[in-house]
Design a binder for this molecule. Sequence first.
Ligand code: DP6
Length: 324
Amino acid sequence: STSSAKAVAHTNIALIKYWGKKDSQLIVPYTSSLSLTLDKFYTETSVRFDPTLPDDIVKIDHQEVAGKSWQRVHDFLTIVRNLAGMKDHAEVISHNQVPIAAGLASSASAFAALAAAASKAAGLTLSSKDLSRLARRGSGSACRSIFGGFVEWRRGTNDLDSYAVPLKQSALNDVAIVALTVEKKHKAVSSREGMNRSVTTSPYYPTWVKVAQNDLSDLKVAINANDFTKFGNISELNAMRMHALTLSAAPDFMYFNGETLTAMNEVKRLRHDGIECYYTIDAGPNVKVLCQQANLDAIVSRFTKLLGQERVAVVHAGPGVHYL
Ligand code: DP6
């Protein structure tokens, strides 16, 4: 007999970045990280296990996928099958509600939704902690998308104790993010390859491990104190510290392009003009601007002039994973 489930998970943006695996097989990171789950961008995934299927079928945004992407989903489904003690293959149908170009079409929402839908369809009833651990096996950042709002991924030391937890606070809840789409000139180094290269070749990596821990505890203090200035400064600094690991790797690489720098400079100009905002950047050229609701309109209008309306999106805090 067949059994199916459908889940929705939202993307998250890291304010304290995850950058480096201590265990690449199980995806256990060197450092803890902290993110905000977003409202507008999400992945909706249904999984149906069917004993008559000769192999797994994966359809993403109406396209059947093969090769590397298929393999990654297949490997993840095998983890779920082993947990559930079953052998059936599955059909996975996934839709992204993300402007792909916004660079927020992350593996985070994809594997969080897949973890929830696949585990339920396989007959497992997982706690949110175990769901977070499972999502982590697909993509590290996915373990944070199980929860809404501010979320901390506690690095732990092994498969059992590396998972995300939601922060208990309700402070700093008027944070808004202006997501800027920057033109991609060429294919970036994947985050998987990029973090591996940083860990193995950047002489600054051991320093990152120390500093990221302090950044994280400072950011938690700022969130609990409802201190947006501190929150923004620490987030911006931590992002740049992560990118310093790409510049100092061998061979070196860089996720910024000319437009990224233009957007970063604009954020600094806005700040100089008394409109408080900060930037954070992931493994790509896009810039996410952190601000408070009161300054949102001014910031949106400045970037709309600079980049055009279709490249400026406003997002807020969003919910954790849920079933449909
Ligand atoms: C820069 O979670 O995509 O966005 O675990 O290899 O799948 P894998 O990596 P992934 O890396 C995210 C890197 C980042 C920072 C972050 O989200 O914390």
